[in-house]
Design a protein around this ligand. Sequence first.
Ligand code: SAM
Length: 201
Amino acid sequence: MPPVDAPLITPPGNAQPRMIVVDPLAVVSLIPLASPDFVPHRLLMFEAVLATQAKRVLETGTDVGDSARIFATALRRTGGVLFTVDRKTDLNLSWVQDYSNVMPIQGDSLKVTWNQTLDVLFLDSDHTKEHLLGELRKLGPWVRQGGLILVHDTVHSEFGPALTDAVRVWCREVGFRWSEDPLPHGMAIIEVIRDLTPLRA
Ligand SMILES: C[S@@+](CC[C@H](N)C(=O)[O-])C[C@H]1O[C@@H](n2cnc3c(N)ncnc32)[C@H](O)[C@@H]1O
C-alpha cells in the first residue's frame, strides 16, 4: 500500500514545499472496500480521530483489519496509537507491518486488562446485547470526557435491535446522549459528556 498521508510535496524548481490536505475520501478508498456502503462509516471513523485529536484509540474486533487501517491512517495525522483486540488466534496480521502505530492484542475483549485513558473507543466484536453491554461497562469509562464511542452494526438485519438496546441501556445508566448513523449497517455515536473515572474497574 502506498503511504497515504505524507503531508509535504516538493514542487519542481526552487519553490518551497507546500502542505497538502489529503481528502479523507481518497484516504479511505485506498483500502479495498467489501462494499461501497462502508464509505460513510470509514469517513466517520477517520473524522472521529481528527475531531478528538486522538492519541489513543481502542478497537474491539480486529478481524481482517479494515477498520483498524482506517483508524491507523487517521492516527498518523494525530501522532496517535491504535490498540485492537480480537479473540481469534489465527488472524492474518501481515498488514500491521505497514503501520508503526498499531498494537494488536489477542484475547477476549471482556477479559483483557485495560488501564489507559482513551480518546476513541470503537466496538465491533461479538454482536450480542450482553457482550456489547459488557464492553460498554468495562471499557466505556476509560474514554475521557470529550471523547467518542462508536458502535458498529447497530442497524443490521442479522442482529436486529440488540446492539441499539445495549447502547440505550448503557447511555441511560451513565446519562449520556447518543445518536445513530442510519446508513447501511448503522453506527451508534456516543458522546462522552462527563468523566466516568469513578466507574473504572
Ligand atoms: C465483524 S468482525 C470485525 C471487523 C473489523 N472491525 C473490520 O472492519 O475488519 C468481528 C470480530 O470480532 C471478534 N470477536 C468476537 N467476539 C470477540 C470477543 N469476545 N473478544 C474479542 N474479539 C471478538 C471476531 O473474532 C471477529 O474477528
